[in-house]
Structures are given as structure tokens and as C-alpha cells.
Design a binder for this molecule. Structure first.
Ligand SMILES: *Cc1c(COP(=O)(O)O)cnc(C)c1O
Length: 374
């Protein structure tokens, strides 16, 4: 058996090596390193894949969050609701713009914003809700949208982890994660489901004038060459990365399927150990694209299990060990307003198993066997 890795990018490259080498060398030979043809063709392909009318590529997912927040024209002290249990990026982008952060507790089954607790977090200063579609599932968007409409709030979806996840509204209408709110962001960090060979990101929106504004902000706030209408930034997707993504987008559905197959094998093998763990819950209103396969470990045994698995050659990760309310960097921007106990508890109990497109059935059997032996 090959050694088990948390993520395995090199064998994935090898499977597409001929196409990839040609695409990358094509860019190098073309000399069009900034805004080359691949940037436009990738944006068009992504628009087609996601169903989002406008795609604005940028340098990374964190920039995308910042650019969207800049485009909402907020005032310092305005409030942004972000999940307490997530990666720091959305909160950090908001804090950089002097916005205050209201952490929202998450549903312990889905790890996504708990819509029952959401409305009580809203104040007259609240302007934006940032649902994060964590680990591969879409947050429950219908109630989030209706709360946002009721209070006149923007909805910015952090879809860094769940590209390809499909949400079903109560009336049966289906939409991809990231295309449901006012805007959605994507990250193409190498370990995301659609990852490039460096950094990359994009913004999605269905609104033409908002798309124009996002583009302007990502390009120094300029409306014509050397005339700058608003403060922007310099955030571009490299042509090289766009060429890489163009190849990888063709494999995205197959990659998602490989992740689902691995998740089903984990589910089947681990579901009997209810004394020790809970396997990931799949909410009926969303498909799951398994950017992570995250267990909840019971009775305070998480760290012990992690150490045990490490000794058996099985890497695992804790996404995430610290909730937003305990992050020193954003401390002075925090407005604590509701119960955050589920997020706290999750930070102490979650454990993500190896999950990527190159896992073999044999490796998963071995991982299951070691967890059963624990
Ligand atoms: C990866 C990630 C980001 C940031 O993406 P970068 O491209 O690394 O800047 C934002 N939010 C979440 C939830 C992420 O997982």
C-alpha cells in the first residue's frame, strides 16, 4: 500500500499531465502572462459550469471576500455576521475594512450557520450575512435569504470549499452554491475541489452592475486606463493558473464523484462505531462534495484518536481548532451577541480524515480498520 497522505496532488497531476503540460507551456510561449486568453476562457467555462451569469476572476479567495465587501459600500462599524466555526478569511477581510464581526453559532450536524439562531444576531448596524458552505455542503440558504430580505441585508456566500454543491429550495428549484446570494466567492487554493497550482480565486454574481463594480475594484478601482474612480486593489488570476484551471475544470465532476465514493466507503465502514464517533451528516437540501470528510469524536477522545492514527501512519487534521470569538487578531472587532456553544464544542471534537481524489479503497479499508481497533 502507498503511504496515506492528507492530500495528494502529484498523482492527480500525472493523470492529466499531457494536457496540463501543453496548457502551461502554451501560456509561457505566448508571453501573455497577465489577462491572457486563458483567463477569459476559464471565466466563461466557469460561468457555464456554475450557472452564474458573471464571473470575476481574482488572485485568491480571501481577496474575493474583501473585494465583495468593498463593493457593498459599507461604513466602519457596520456589522457582518460570520459563522464562529470556519476559516478566518471572511472575518479577516471584514476587519481590514473596519467592519465589526458578529459570530454566528453553527448547526452541529452540518457545521453551517444555524438558521434558528440567526435572526437574534441582527442589529440596526447589521449589513451583511456571510454563509460559509463548509466542508462540501451548502448552508440552508432559503431561510438565510428570507431573513436577509426582511432586514435588507446583503448575502455573501463563502464558497471556497463547496464548488459544485447543489442546493434545493423548498419549491424544488436547484442552484449551485455560490450563485444564490448577492455574490459568492471561490478559492482555487491547491487543496480545494477545483484547485490550481498556486493561488487563485473568483467572484460570482448575477447582477451586471455589481459585476462591473467588482471588476473595477479588482483592477485598481479604475474606470478607464489611468483614471481611478474608487479605491480598489490589484487582484488578478494569473494566465498560467487560468490555463491550469481550464484543464482541471473538465475533471471537476469526476473528482467530486471520486470524493463521494470515498466518503461512502468511510460511512459504511465507520457507522457502527457510534460509541466513538459520528460520521458526516448529509442535509437533504444540499448535495455534498466532500472537500473534507469530518468526523465528530465523542467523549473527549479526539486528541487520543488523532495520536493513535498518526502512529499507524494515518494523517488527520483538526479543521478548526479555534472558534472566531477566540481569535486574537479580530478581537477588537467582535460583537458577541448570542450563544456560541456548538462552535466551541465542535472545535474540541472534530477530526478530518484523509480526503482527496487519489485515495484507494485499500487505503480507506486500512484507515477504517485502525479506527475500529482504537
Ligand atoms: C480556503 C478558504 C478561503 C480562502 O481562500 P484563499 O484562496 O486561500 O485565500 C476562504 N474561506 C474558506 C472557508 C476557505 O476554506
Amino acid at each position: 500500500m502507498e503511504p496515506i497522505l492528507m492530500m495528494d496532488l502529484i498523482p492527480q497531476y500525472r493523470r492529466m499531465q499531457a494536457e496540463m503540460d501543453e496548457a502551461v507551456l502554451g501560456v509561457i510561449r505566448s508571453g501573455q502572462y497577465i489577462n491572457g486568453d486563458a483567463v477569459r476562457s476559464f471565466s466563461d467555462a466557469l460561468s457555464e459550469y456554475t450557472g452564474s451569469e458573471f464571473v470575476i476572476p481574482c488572485a485568491n479567495g480571501t481577496d474575493a471576500l474583501q473585494i465583495a465587501l468593498m463593493a457593498f459600500d459599507l461604513q466602519p462599524g457596520d456589522e457582518v455576521i460570520v459563522p464562529a466555526f470556519t476559516f478566518i478569511a471572511a472575518a479577516e477581510a471584514a476587519a481590514l475594512l473596519q467592519l465589526n464581526l458578529v459570530p454566528a453559532d453553527v448547526d452541529p450536524r452540518t457545521f453551517n450557520i444555524d438558521v434558528q439562531k440567526l435572526e437574534s444576531l441582527i442589529s440596526p448596524k447589521t449589513k451583511v450575512i456571510v454563509p460559509v458552505h463548509l466542508f462540501g455542503q451548502t448552508a440552508d440558504m432559503a431561510p438565510i435569504l428570507s431573513i436577509a430580505r426582511k432586514y435588507g441585508l446583503y448575502v455573501l456566500e463563502d464558497n471556497a470549499q463547496s464548488i459544485g454543491s447543489v442546493y434545493t429550495f423548498p419549491d424544488g428549484k436547484q442552484q449551485q452554491a455560490g450563485t444564490i446570494g448577492d455574490s459568492g466567492i471561490l478559492s482555487f487554493f491547491p487543496t480545494k475541489n477545483l484547485g490550481c497550482y498556486g493561488d487563485g480565486g473568483a467572484l460570482l454574481t448575477g447582477d451586471a452592475s455589481f459585476a462591473r463594480k467588482l471588476r473595477m475594484i479588482a483592477l485598481h478601482g479604475r474606470s478607464q486606463k489611468y483614471f481611478h474612480e474608487i479605491i480598489g486593489c490589484n487582484s488578478r488570476l494569473d494566465t498560467l493558473q487560468a490555463a491550469v484551471l481550464m484543464v482541471k475544470l473538465r475533471y471537476l465532476d469526476a473528482c467530486i464523484q471520486a470524493r463521494k465514493t470515498s466518503a461512502m466507503q468511510y460511512d459504511a465502514g465507520l457507522s457502527t462505531r457510534i460509541d466513538l464517533l459520528e460520521t458526516p451528516y448529509c442535509i437533504p437540501c444540499s448535495t455534498h462534495v466532500y472537500n473534507q470528510y469530518t468526523l465528530k469524536i465523542k467523549n473527549g477522545q479526539r486528541d487520543k484518536l488523532q495520536k493513535y492514527l498518526k502512529e499507524k501512519g494515518i494523517p488527520t487534521m483538526v479543521y478548526y481548532p479555534t472558534p472566531l470569538q477566540d481569535q486574537p487578531s479580530v478581537g477588537k472587532y467582535l460583537k458577541l451577541r448570542g450563544d456560541l456553544s456548538e462552535s466551541d464544542t465542535l472545535c474540541r471534537s472534530v477530526l478530518s480524515l484523509p480526503m482527496h481524489t487519489e485515495l484507494t479503497a485499500e487505503q480507506i479499508r486500512y484507515i477504517i480498520k485502525q479506527i475500529m481497533n482504537f
